[in-house]
Design a protein around this ligand. Sequence first.
Ligand code: PLP
Length: 241
Amino acid sequence: MLTEVEIRENLKEVEEKICAAVKKAGRNRSDVKLISVSKTNPVEVLEAAYRCGVRVFGENRVQELVEKMDYFESKGIKDIEWHLIGHLQTNKVKYIAGRVAMIHSVDTEKLAKVISDESAKKGVVTDILIELNIGDEDSKFGLESDDLANFVKNIAILPNIRVKGLMCVAPITDDPEKNRKFFNKMYKLSVDIRDKNIDNVNMCELSMGMTGDYTVAIEEGATFVRVGTGIFGKRNYGVQQ
Ligand SMILES: *Cc1c(COP(=O)(O)O)cnc(C)c1O
């Protein structure tokens, strides 16, 4: 578990790298949102990050996310944007509908429908991203890119979701350049869909890039980068899983 001083240092370094990457790509800093991935860290660590100015957190498990949202709410803190970035089971959607800024991991029509239905019950429209298995990995969640166009058409009619873009978890690698082709493919797929002008679909967001490869992702068009280890240090799964 890192101290507030270490988190502040890490955030500064991440910020510098983001700025360098957007500059290199001829983009603006405001084109890219940093999601601080706080999974497995206790709320005290999130509070320290909050004091360092973090207002956008990403979590990958519903129960943990809800506990953390409840904690901050109980303290009267309301200016946090929560992103669900991990695999989501349909029976858990009801716990987060209306409480999260975005769900990044929609990869079945059934899940999209449940998110729309649960959002309707709460009187909200939920922003979602479609998760692609861009590296074609057996172990990964996400749609195959060949199925994307049909998938988008089928879920675009759901009244209480808004399709905002695409998300991927690229293969784990120690050489981020190896993932450049995947990020570039994500960008091209999003442009292809955008050109189809489907009602209710706004392919403006690309959630891609993690601690190991976010600068390359930004160069290839990421609008959200999801950084965990680079801010909070190595995760200790032994404690919470
Ligand atoms: C854990 C996680 C991240 C952050 O990974 P780091 O390598 O620690 O930056 C990003 N995206 C998803 C979906 C994750 O589950």
